[in-house]
Design a protein around this ligand. Sequence first.
Ligand SMILES: Nc1ncnc2c1ncn2[C@@H]1O[C@H](COP(=O)(O)OP(=O)(O)OP(=O)(O)O)[C@@H](O)[C@H]1O
Length: 236
Amino acid sequence: MLEVKNVDAGYGKINILNDLSLKARENNLTLLIGPNGAGKSTLLKAIFGFVKTSKGSIEYNGKDISSLPSHQLVDHGISFLLQRVSVFPELTINENLKLGAWAFKKDKQKVTQQLEAMYDKFDVLKQKRNEKAGLMSGGQKRTLEIARMLMSNPKMLLIDEPSAGLSPKIAKEVYQILHGLKDDGITLLMVDQNIRDSIGYSDYVYVLEQGSVSSESKASEVEANLKEVVQSWLKF
Ligand SMILES: Nc1ncnc2c1ncn2[C@@H]1O[C@H](COP(=O)(O)OP(=O)(O)OP(=O)(O)O)[C@@H](O)[C@H]1O
């Protein structure tokens, strides 16, 4: 489990997160929602060591990870799916996937084993394994990014706007993939603007406003009151 406790963080002298606390419970998908500029992406970046915290702690399975650099977080089983598409268009799908195995690239047997596991899981990647990634559709690129993250066998995924730029139909497929990762023992913390579609795949929801948590609920409870939640943001 990941636990953020009373964290302040920001950029230079500007503080964005204010005494923020939340939990990403094991084997659950926790959704972060809130108005633009609330600090959702900043929180993911703070957890992954891209943004420095100035107060509080971030604990993963009871260990304070708040001062660890990103590569050490990957060793601890934490991965980050960035908001912008990050496949390498000139490389094949197979080559892109291999980049996800950088930490154990010398262990050829393990790399092959992980590649096969990804091809078993994602047939679309198997079919196109020798094609250039740049030729794939937006949804297929997202699938490739997810598979590339899974190459290193993460236990905790930080995901920023997985549906950005995708049609509602394809976005749903991506949510389904992410939701299905819980069956592999993975814990997910996801930021998504597309609340209406993503909430049904989530277990817990935190609403962030002005750098702090304004509410925490089970996803099913928020789903029932979605209209009021969204209306309350419009006041900001
Ligand atoms: N690199 C940066 N340098 C300085 N300020 C930044 C930087 N990145 C973000 N900010 C500021 O931090 C605040 C929070 O931004 P953040 O991207 O975390 O919000 P968000 O809730 O993810 O918003 P959105 O839903 O629009 O993506 C905003 O006021 C933004 O302008």
